[in-house]
Design a protein around this ligand. Structure first.
Ligand code: COI
Length: 354
């Protein structure tokens, strides 16, 4: 990999921030003043730069449009009441975008350039990060194939970009989920574990069908038998049976979620029994009928922890009444306290931006 060339910074003359209503933000709909950008050409990453946020000029034949060579990440920056800014496990996102890139025959991105570029970008757009519970800055790193030409082969040119969106909550209302009986998100040997753009595109149609039946998200089942529960929409998923927490193991179909592994760690350290093993649809339906299923919740960067109000399976809707000592809420608070610098972080997950 090429030695790092100096980050070039071109600032916007005037900020757009005055036009933004921070009390009423739809997730991912408003972007800050600047973005990070770095080109890959001639077998190496070129000079990284921070430039005013704006449209890209890309040839219509670029491979990203035809063959979906595109990967992304989701991260967040948080501001505490002193105005200090923090990231949550950022190196894990860097490692994961490279894992995704390798699977899509795309080049890996150097850690130092990623961390420096992101840090400088956050410092430049600091005013967009609002303190207070629920407020954060959603960070979207992504890589796209830019080589012109529609031959079906990997691109030899790419763009690595980071854009930033001030955010509040991901879901506006309650979330009801339906277990997938027909459609699949990922298959053995496929790209399910990668944050490949196409994984998300393939979910939209079945999710639209689920919405017509009153469900906001789908809990994806294994593609072979539809007998095991794997991922919830764009999140990993946890089931609480009695006082035991259960989640599916990572494999080549399931995203290695950073919130997922943080929740497993927090739960184990709180003395909760966590079983990481295949979760059978049959088992969950039986537990719901027997009154043993206490919670199902999704976890992910954008949504953090989302308790589900009900799940649907074979035309039957099973209500979930949140218990008083909800695990989901407990982990959400614990994570938020670390993220917003309100609690000791014995794990070293919180990284100050300076
Ligand atoms: C995230 O939690 O960052 C995600 O990947 C969800 C995203 C598709 C909005």
């Amino acid at each position: 990999m090429k030695t790092i060339s100096t980050l070039r910074i071109e600032k916007r003359n005037t900020s757009k921030i005055g036009d933004v209503d921070f009390s009423n933000l739809a997730f991912g709909s408003v972007f800050t003043d600047h973005m990070f950008s770095c080109e890959y050409a001639n077998g190496e990453w070129q000079q990284p730069e921070i430039v005013p946020y704006g449209p890209l000029s890309i040839d219509p034949s670029a491979k990203v449009f035809h063959y979906g060579q595109a990967v992304f990440e989701g991260m967040k920056a948080f501001k505490d009441d002193n105005g200090d800014v923090f990231l949550f496990r950022p190196e894990d996102n860097w490692a994961r975008i490279n894992k995704s890139s390798v699977r899509l025959a795309m080049p890996e991105f150097p850690k130092e350039v990623f961390m420096e570029g992101l840090t400088e970008l956050l410092k430049l757009d600091d005013a967009w990060i609002k303190p207070g519970d629920g407020n954060s800055l959603y960070i979207r790193p992504f890589v796209i194939a830019t080589q012109e030409g529609v031959s079906a082969s990997p691109s030899d040119r790419y763009k690595f970009l980071i854009i930033l969106a001030p955010a509040q909550s991901y879901y506006a209302g309650e979330v009801n989920v339906v277990f997938a009986e027909k459609y699949s998100r990922a298959a053995d040997g496929g790209v399910g574990y990668a944050k490949a753009a196409g994984n998300y595109a393939a979910q939209f149609y079945p999710t639209d069908l689920a919405k017509q039946e009153g469900y906001q998200q789908i809990i994806w089942t294994d593609a072979n038998s539809h007998e095991y529960l794997e991922e919830a929409g764009t999140m990993n998923v946890f089931f609480r049976l009695g006082d035991t927490l259960i989640t599916a193991p990572n494999n080549d179909r399931i995203l290695d979620g950073i919130t997922r592994k943080s929740v497993i760690q927090l739960a184990e350290d709180a003395g909760i029994i966590v079983e990481v093993r295949p979760v059978a649809v049959k088992e969950i339906v039986a537990a719901a009928k027997a009154g043993e299923l206490k919670e199902i919740f999704g976890v992910g960067t954008a949504a953090v922890v989302v308790p589900f109000k009900s799940f649907g399976y074979k035309g039957v809707n099973h209500k979930l009444n949140a218990p008083e000592n909800s695990y989901g809420m407990k982990f959400k608070n614990m994570l938020n306290n670390i993220q917003y610098n309100r609690a000791e972080d014995s794990y070293g997950w919180r990284v100050a931006v300076k």
